[in-house]
Ligand binder design. Structure first.
Ligand code: HEC
Ligand code: HEC
Length: 324
């Protein structure tokens, strides 16, 4: 009897603790602090740099605009530049339904520069509510502040697009856990371009290659699988997997010359890319080739140099596997 009573009391205490923890996580977190006091001057240099980064490196425009998946590699669909609405659903493996918000002045005109800065680098919205880390604010928070200022200067100049995006739906328990996810930024200083490997590492962090080119579990990269590929995208016709871009000589890109690497992107550059409809029995690639292909040659060279310096991972990946 006594033992049962003690177990009862312990269970009671555990229940109370879980409840208190739940209330804490739901109401007291996240705790990002006030947005920084900022006025970002929109100099032509910043707008230009921001345009480059947002379209070709951090690819903000990829998620916050629409891509036309009728064509191979899903090039940008005209007409909805940064107007949002792209849906990320449960069928795609997300814990709920998410929509990329509109980031044109139509929505952001009431946000201060500091609020946008805090959202992009700290993962909370205007009201301080946690954003789901589908957008990698933890990576953007490792960039050079100046680059983030440039991106904000640029998105402030976009044409307002009148498009109201639905609210997200979060499944249990992620509706609780999401509040523990925002991370405080840890800004860096952009390395000199001549320091090729470190500069490449800076770009690759901003570009998010690792988020796709690794194996992931519950939305996080599994340690030790970085750049080894294998992340799966299910499509009606089969499965597409990310390539091994680590320098393993047999299964990765260890034998690729720099020229081969550059030409793989060059096919998708704006002057060479030819829109081609995806055949009914063909798989499409989620890799935002047409956006990254707009990167400066020297930036892609730095990315190549960095990739050749990471740990080789032996992992043979079948990139496109059709279901018969
Ligand atoms: C992988 C896709 C993706 C990329 C890349 C991305 N975002 Fe986002 N962003 C999202 C999603 C999805 C949300 C909403 C998350 C949520 O509702 O929890 C979001 C939220 C935001 C918000 C908050 C808006 C609001 O109304 O709450 C801003 C501002 C923003 N992103 C700007 C940017 C900028 C600037 C970049 C580039 C530096 C960028 N995003 C890159 C997907 C992305
Ligand atoms: C949205 C997910 C995603 C992101 C982000 C992404 N990739 Fe990919 N990538 C893929 C997929 C899927 C494939 C395999 C299909 C294909 O070849 O297009 C691929 C293929 C490649 C290939 C071709 C490898 C081969 O064997 O032919 C290279 C090179 C590559 N990616 C490099 C990069 C680099 C560099 C970055 C960052 C600048 C990057 N990827 C970002 C999804 C992604």
């Amino acid at each position: 009897m006594k033992a049962i009573k003690i177990i009862g009391v312990i269970l009671g205490i555990i229940c109370i603790l879980v409840l208190v923890a739940g209330i804490y996580v739901k109401t007291a977190l996240p705790n990002p602090g006030p947005p920084p006091e900022l006025t970002i001057e929109k100099t032509p240099q910043r707008v230009e740099r921001g345009k480059y980064l947002a379209n070709h490196v951090t690819v903000c425009m990829d998620c916050h605009s629409s891509r036309d998946w009728r064509y191979y590699s899903g090039p940008m669909a005209p007409g909805n530049q940064a107007g949002g609405g792209e849906k990320f659903s449960r069928e795609m493996g997300f814990p709920g339904i998410f929509f990329a918000p509109n980031i044109t002045p139509y929505r952001l005109k009431t946000w201060s520069d500091g609020e946008i800065f805090r959202a992009v680098t700290g993962g909370v919205n205007k009201d301080g509510k946690a954003l789901f880390p589908l957008m990698a604010s933890h990576r953007f928070g490792k960039m050079d502040r100046e680059d983030v200022y440039s991106i904000i200067a640029y998105i402030r100049t976009l044409d307002p697009i009148k498009n109201d995006v639905p609210e997200r739906e979060l499944d249990f328990p992620v509706n609780f856990i999401v509040n523990t996810m925002p991370q405080p930024p840890a800004f860096s200083t952009m390395p000199a371009e001549s320091d090729r490997v470190r500069y490449g590492a800076y770009l690759i962090n901003a570009a998010g290659c690792v988020d796709c080119h690794s194996q992931v579990e519950n939305g996080s990269v599994i340690k030790g699988t970085e750049f080894g590929g294998g992340m799966e995208f299910k499509q009606p016709g089969g499965t597409v997997r990310t390539a091994n871009i680590s320098p393993d000589r047999e299964t990765g890109i260890g034998k690729w010359s720099e020229a081969m690497f550059l030409s793989r992107f060059d096919t998708y550059s704006s002057d060479k890319f030819v829109k081609r409809e995806v055949a009914p029995d063909e798989l499409n690639t989620p890799m935002p080739w047409t956006m990254y292909a707009g990167m400066k040659k020297s930036d892609l060279q730095a990315i190549y140099a960095y990739l050749q310096s990471v740990k080789p991972i032996s992992n043979r990946v079948e990139r496109m596997e059709k279901t018969q």
